[in-house]
Design a protein around this ligand. Structure first.
Ligand code: GLU
Length: 485
């Protein structure tokens, strides 16, 4: 590698998010992207997006469109990457093959790598044998021992091969990790790892490390599942004479049962959460606070950047994802919006569910979302919460009596019917109804859900005075009359 790839203490912080375009951005990915982003912003460094699209089995999102869109939606703006470009472009691995070939040639020239002609079936047989003999499954270096003639014969007969790195099994590998501290690995049981595949393409271990060196990454934050890859990559850093970055192998996200989060868990993918009406601010906020302890839990991006303590990272190996806590964070975020912001975010679902939503008066809609705001946990909750406004409920007396089975429905009805004339002034109507109920020893906790049920079709919801005023007194009157008819 070129000399200018040396990292010094004064070098600006450079971190990256390097997803494979699998088509699904899941919570673990987002947390990795987020931690890199926060670190770069806190330390005035650069946050790079690099799309790792060299594995055809994980390439379902051509050109990373989905990733780029998701990053934009989450407000995780990168300084260098696809579309934006930057000093180390291109930021797609599929366009960086020449660099990988040059670097491979360097290793070939240094005899750090060798051709391996073993077939997948042969490797599997050897592996099974080692397992049976209770030996650690490690490549037996058969091809390292091939004579020049043997290699030539294989090449002449076009036998497919891969390049493997010849590791020194007596060596120990050490690197620093923000969570685990200094990590040391004995290479005795490590295999000579593949650098290329049989089709000539480059492996993740190789391409990812070559890019991190070329793009001058001095910190690498990624999932705990990469630790053994890191060991092999540190071998490569040494082989190229490059400085080894500081790592943070981040704990894996688990469900409440302690199992690795999977598609079966709600909220696994960003799409799940977005479709269910979670705000991007809440997702970011939640993923920032889990696994840490913060005095204030609801924070804006700037507050999170200032509050995150990268020098006090715990070494836990698991972080539990708790959808109820995420819902609480989302609820708090929704509550913090102005009526204008809330309406803007809810308008798409209102238009989708209620034909005349877009024709309604804006001020009326603002008032509407405001009166239900404190009841919303997700943005999608707006749809049932305001149904009463767009659709006249059909409420039967059975439904009303089931709301409060022990309430004196007949007396309550009498009070309501005799006061319908004062509906024009909703507060006055309510005061009178309350006063009369009190006189007759009817509990307000029986009375109110029944009134709400008649007006909205649901016993829970906004303040009844607000319901009457948003519906208008004549609409409220017609709903009472329809019920008492
Ligand atoms: N493409 C790898 C992944 O998605 C990147 C890992 C890394 O951050 O180095 O797991």
């Amino acid at each position: 590698m070129q000399e200018n790839n040396k990292i010094t203490k004064e070098s600006p912080i450079r971190v990256r998010f390097a997803p494979s375009p699998t088509g699904i951005m899941h919570l673990g990915n987002i947390r990795t992207a987020l931690m890199n982003f926060l670190f770069a912003r806190q330390k005035n460094g650069a946050f790079v997006l690099r799309i790792e699209d060299t594995d055809p089995q994980r390439d379902f999102d051509p050109e990373g469109h989905q990733i780029i869109q998701d990053m934009e939606w989450l407000n995780l703006n990168y300084d260098e990457g696809p579309i934006k470009g930057g000093p180390y472009a291109p930021y797609f691995q599929s366009k960086r093959t020449d660099l990988y070939q040059t670097q491979l040639n360097e290793l070939i020239a240094k005899k750090s790598v060798y051709r391996c002609f073993c077939t997948a079936a042969e490797l599997d047989t050897k592996r099974q044998r080692q397992i049976t003999l209770k030996q650690p499954p490690r490549y037996d270096q058969a091809c390292l021992k091939l004579s020049e003639d043997n290699i030539k014969a294989n090449l002449d007969s076009d036998t497919p091969f891969i390049w493997r790195f010849a590791i020194d099994h007596d060596q120990k590998i050490t690197f620093n990790d923000l969570g685990h501290g200094k990590m040391t690995f004995d290479l005795t049981h490590f295999s000579d790892f593949p650098v290329t595949r049989q089709d000539g393409s480059f492996t993740f271990i190789f391409a990812n490390c070559v890019d991190d060196i070329a793009m001058q990454m001095n910190y690498v934050f990624r999932g705990d599942d990469h630790i053994s890859n890191t060991v092999n990559q540190v071998i490569l850093y040494h082989a190229f004479g490059a400085d080894v970055p500081t790592f943070w192998h981040m704990p894996i996200l688990c469900n409440l049962d302690g199992k690795k989060l999977s598609k079966r868990d709600f909220g696994f993918s960003l799409k799940d959460l977005r479709d269910a009406g979670f705000m991007h601010e809440a997702i970011i906020n939640y993923l920032s606070i889990i696994g840490g302890s913060f005095q204030k839990e609801i924070m804006s991006m700037d507050e999170i950047i200032a509050a995150y303590k990268f020098d006090h990272i715990s070494s836990t190996s698991q972080i539990k994802y708790d959808v109820e806590k995420l819902r609480w964070v989302n609820h708090k975020w929704i509550a913090s919006l102005s009526p204008e912001q809330l309406l803007e975010r809810c308008m798409p679902s209102l238009e989708k569910n209620y034909d005349d939503a877009s024709r309604r008066d804006k001020d009326e809609l603002l008032k509407l979302v405001e009166i239900v705001q404190s009841d919303l946990v997700t943005l999608n909750d707006i749809v049932p919460a305001v149904q009463f406004f767009f659709t006249k409920p059909v409420v039967t007396s059975e439904q009303v009596s089931s709301v409060k089975p022990n309430a004196p429905l007949e007396e309550i009805s009498k009070i309501l019917v005799s006061n319908l004339g004062s509906l024009k002034d909703p507060e006055n109507f309510l005061q009178t109804v309350k006063a009369e109920s009190k006189k007759q020893s009817i509990k307000l906790s029986d009375m109110m859900p029944i009134i709400r049920m008649i007006l909205t079709g649901s016993p829970q919801g906004p303040h009844i005075g607000s319901v009457i005023s948003i519906l208008g007194s004549s609409e409220a009157l017609s709903r009472f009359q329809a019920f008492f008819a």
